[in-house]
Design a protein around this ligand. Structure first.
Ligand code: FAD
Length: 476
């Protein structure tokens, strides 16, 4: 039995592992990637001979080095945790994590489980969004960071998140031409900027990175438009361009649209917490639009409502790498405490980590408020009847409306899923949940929270059948 199993080796998972290991806990870390770093510190293979630039995150290099060299930390990379089995026996809660790797499966027993599965780009459905050549900005950035591959040449970026600016700079440096960056929101108002000032101390490097990227883009003549949204991706078998429209303060298109040529359209409206594993494991969820949607409820020690299961990083709310690191560290220390460690060092480390957590939360809450997406307006973009809402099961907007009309008492995402299969495909609703729940809310004149969330089933991600090997044995 592993004292602690962590799923996710991003800033949260790595910090949790190092914090627990440094207080005497043996840790096993599982991640789908080939090495630690998560989304933000994704690195190319060592054979590329490229030195990674960690940007404003000066702590990253040291965290990765401690994570990779600590003798109490073992890793399982290129491995997917696809479900959690919970069983209670005389000795307490027994946790088994189903893992798929190299075309086979195994189960891993855990005394404590820390879920640090991060987030993914928030998907938005609109006419043409499933055309080859339309991607999320994080996906294009991942290709660039990990494989040095440019996904297109003439690139349109659209959305509302500042990652668009950082990614645009990286794409230009790699040789791409940026056709335009379209922001759905306006420039931060004077009062928004004033509210950000108290959050700046200790985070100046992060502010500076965004400011430097913007200055460089302006100097290169890149067109940056505000109050502009993409309403359609144009092309037959692949992307030829996009329709852009001016929007009002509520992100609703006004006037006529214009066309812009490009072979790659990158969307960046923010992130959705990756909570499938926590949902399937039975953790309670709560809704917070500014935190990214459905997030995992936890107490001050980062324990979830499910016994022996902890949570850290973006599944508690999208808050940036610094906050993920602080949460992972705090969770790792609390897990050591829960496993019986009682030392002066741990008491001091817990107090220090609480202070760090408070400071980083101040910064992330400012950013969250400033860049919260307008979910109703984004869902409205999917309204044209032939628009595909669920790309796995090819469920159209027209079909969603039909189901809502035929079933006047249907008011939850899970019920709609049973009726028309939206969310039942391989992605298990990661692409369509946001659109579906906002569309139900609009039709029923309620709020998005009332639509609920898709139930996550075992396995939470598509895995080969062989991955089920050994599941029976784990129950004996
Ligand atoms: C695509 C993308 C690009 C981003 N780029 C930037 C950027 O350039 N600058 C910036 O400031 N912020 C960026 N962000 C946001 C930033 O990544 C986060 O703020 C930060 O990395 C969160 O850290 P974390 O540890 O919570 O999660 P992550 O860094 O996301 O780490 C989660 C890890 O969990 C693993 N994982 C998830 N589910 C499973 C599973 N079932 N089984 C096994 N492993 C699993 C993933 O492979 C990943 O390595 C990006 C986010 C995304 C999604």
């Amino acid at each position: 039995m592993n004292e602690l199993v962590i799923v996710g080796a991003g800033p949260a998972g790595m910090a949790g592992a190092v914090a627990a290991a440094e207080h005497g806990i043996d840790v096993l870390v599982i991640d789908e990637q080939a090495q630690g770093g998560g989304q933000i510190f994704r690195r190319p293979p060592a054979s590329f001979g490229v030195k990674t630039n960690y940007g404003p995150y000066r702590w990253a290099e040291q965290l990765i080095a401690r994570f990779e060299s600590h003798p109490r930390i073992r890793t399982m990379f290129r491995s997917t945790a696809y479900g959690v089995l919970r069983d209670r026996d005389a000795s307490g809660m027994q946790l088994q994590i189903g893992v798929s790797r190299d075309g086979h499966g195994e189960t891993v027993a855990a005394g404590r489980l820390l879920i640090a599965t991060g987030a993914y780009d928030m998907p938005v459905a609109f006419p043409g969004w499933t055309l080859p050549g339309v991607m999320t900005v994080g996906a294009a950035q991942s290709l660039l960071k990990s494989q040095k591959v440019l996904a297109g040449r003439r690139i349109i970026l659209a959305g509302s998140h500042p990652l668009l600016l950082i990614a645009a700079e990286q794409l230009i440096d790699a040789g791409a031409q940026i056709a335009e960056i379209a922001f759905a929101r306006g420039l931060p108002s004077v009062s928004e900027a004033a509210k950000a000032i108290p959050a700046a101390p200790g985070h100046l490097a992060v502010f500076a990175e965004a400011a430097r990227a913007t200055a460089k883009l302006v100097a290169r003549g890149v067109k940056i438009s505000t109050r502009t949204i993409v309403t359609e991706a144009i092309g037959k078998s692949s992307l030829r361009g996009a329709k852009l429209s001016r929007v009002d303060r509520n992100w609703r298109p006004v006037g006529t649209s214009r066309e812009l040529e490009g072979d790659l359209l990158l969307l960046g409206y923010g992130f959705s917490p990756s909570t499938e594993l926590a949902r399937q494991a039975g953790c309670e969820m709560l809704w917070s639009s500014k935190l990214g949607g459905w997030v995992v409820r936890h107490d001050a020690s980062f324990a979830t409502s499910a016994e022996s299961i902890y949570i850290a990083g973006e599944p508690t709310g999208v808050a940036g790498a610094e906050q993920s690191w602080a949460e992972g560290w705090h969770a790792g220390l609390n897990i050591a405490y829960s496993l019986g460690v009682r030392t002066q060092e741990l008491t001091k480390a817990l107090a220090d980590s609480e202070t760090h957590l408070t400071k980083s939360a101040r910064f992330s809450s400012v950013v969250q408020k400033m860049f919260e997406p307008n979910r109703h307006a984004l869902a409205h973009l999917s309204a044209p009847k032939e628009t595909i809402v669920c790309r796995c099961e090819l469920v159209t907007s027209e079909r969603i409306d039909e189901v809502l009309d035929l079933n006047p008492f249907l008011s939850s995402s899970s019920a709609l899923k049973l009726e028309c299969r939206s969310g039942m495909g391989p992605c298990q609703g990661r692409y369509c949940e946001g659109t579906v729940s906002a569309r139900i809310a609009e039709a029923r004149k309620s709020d998005i929270e009332s639509s609920g969330y898709f139930t996550a089933h075992f396995p939470i991600k598509p895995v080969v059948l062989n991955a089920y090997q050994g599941l029976d044995d784990s129950q004996k």
